[in-house]
Design a protein around this ligand. Sequence first.
Ligand code: SF4
Length: 185
Amino acid sequence: MGSKPRILLHTCCAPCLIFPSKKLKSAGFEVIGFFYNPNIYPQDEYRRRKDTLLCYAAQINVEMRSESTENDAVFFDQAVAGSDNKPARCSACWYLRLYRSAQYAKKNAIGIFTSTLLVSPYQDIEIVRAMGEKAAKELEIAFYDADFRSGYHDCVKISKQENLYRQKYCGCRRSIEESKEKKAK
Ligand code: SF4
């Protein structure tokens, strides 16, 4: 186990962990999950997603780390300030989360990082990739660029079988309204 290269997998939630962690393990990595998602609003939802993730990661033998502080929600608000709408708001959100992941990886001598955001057809993969590469370049660390979207249906199927909590909106306060608006159309 100790001889495998370690990869830090920024992880947004339990369902999205399923396929990327399997792929990375089969590519020969020791996968270390990292929960840093200050975008999730409100606190009850944050706790629910995080608790579900920690419980499921333990079941599938993925070590999880997290580095949350009381100021995380403030950091998020600052990061997206002035970017009210998509795609600017989402770009700022992805960059914050990926930059912090890259920072954590570097601090802990993990030479490469990636994200479960790359499995979701609801995120703009090209911007997520660009934000990952940007953070990697700034911190002089490697970004594992992948397209995990072929495994999204597996994530949905297995999360239903395992009865995992599946969120109804992306995460931030604004995305709650956007989700309701979309449903109303
Ligand atoms: S919609 Fe999702 S990706 Fe966009 S800012 Fe909100 S939480 Fe972040």
